[in-house]
Design a protein around this ligand. Sequence first.
Ligand code: GRG
Length: 334
Amino acid sequence: MSTPEALTRVGQLVQPLLRAAVSGLVGRPRQASEYHFGWTDEHGTPVDVSAGKGVRPALTVLGAEAVGAEVEVALPGAVAVDLIHNFSLIHDDIIDRDERRRHRSTVWSIWGIGDAIVAGEALQSLAFEHLLAQEGPGTLAAARRLAVATGKMIEGQAQDIALDRADTATLAECVEMEANKTGALLACSASIGAALAQAPSEAVEALHEFGLNLGVSFQAVDDLLGIWGDPAVTGKAAGNDLRETKKSMPVAMALEAEGALARELRDAFAGEVDEATATLLAGKIRDAGYHDQVHELARAHLGKALEALDGFDFAAGPRQELDELARFVVERDF
Ligand code: GRG
C-alpha cells in the first residue's frame, strides 16, 4: 500500500515547528533529542534521516480538517502529540534495553540511561509548554486531553511491565494494556485538533473513539512485527519481542489456550530466549494460528475505528484521508 499523502503533507508542516521547539532545549537533552528525531548524527553533525512515520500529527491535522477547521489551529496539538510520542519511545527503549530503533542506535545506548531519561522528560515538558503557549480558546481542553492521554500511556506501560513479570497473561489483559499504552495517545492525536478548533463534543468524541480503536489495531500490527517483522524493514532487531519475553497479543493468546505451546513458552520465558529459540517459537505460534488471529483482531478494531467516524457528519475529503491513514496503519510492514 502506498504512503498516504497526508503523512507527507503534515510532515512538511510539522517538522520545522518540531525543530524550532526542540532547539529551545539546551545541552545533552537537546543533542540527544535532535539525534533521536533524525536531524543530527551522534556527534551533532546535521543529517536528514527518515525518523518516524508521523502518524500522530497527521491524525491531529486531519481531525481538525474533518470538522472544517484551518490546519493552523491544529498545529500546536500536532507538535505536542509528536513530542509526547517521542518521549515515550526514548523511555520505552530504556525500559526494554532495545539498542535499535528506526534503523539507528537508541538514545540510551549512545548517551547512557541517565541522559536518555532526562531527554525523554525534556520532550514531555516541552509538549505541554508548546501547546499551552498558544492560549487559544480550545487550548485548555486540548491540554487536558493530552495530560489524560499521557497518564493513560504511562499506566499502560506499568501494566506492560507487570504482565512481563507475571508468568501468564490473557488476551483481555493484553488488549486493555495496549489500549492504554498505544490507544490513548492515538485517541488524543485524532481528537486534539478538533478540540483546539472547539468542535462539537460529538465530533471530538467520535474522533477519540476512532483513534482508540485504531490504537489497538496499530499495536496488534506492532505485536506481529515484533515477532515476524523483517529487521531490514522495521529497523529493529529480529524476533525482538520473543527474545525480550514480551506478553504481546500472539503470546497471550497461546498462554491463555493452556496447551503444549503455552507450557513451552513458559519454560522458554523462564530463561534466556536466544535467536534460534525465538525463531522456533515464532514458527510454532504461527502454526497454531495466532498470527492470523491477531491479524483478524487488528482488522476488527480497524472496522470499529472506521464505524466511529459515522458518529458525526465530518467533511468528506478529510474523512476519506482518515480512512486511508487508518488502513495504511493496519497494512504496514514497518
Ligand atoms: C516511564 C514515566 C515513564 C513513561 C514512559 C514508555 C512509556 C511511558 C510508554 C510506552 C508507550 C509506547 C512506546 C507504546 C508503543 C507505541 C508504538 C506502537 C510505537 C511505535 O509507533 P510508530 O510505529 O513509530 O508510529 P514511528 O517510529 O513511526 O514514530
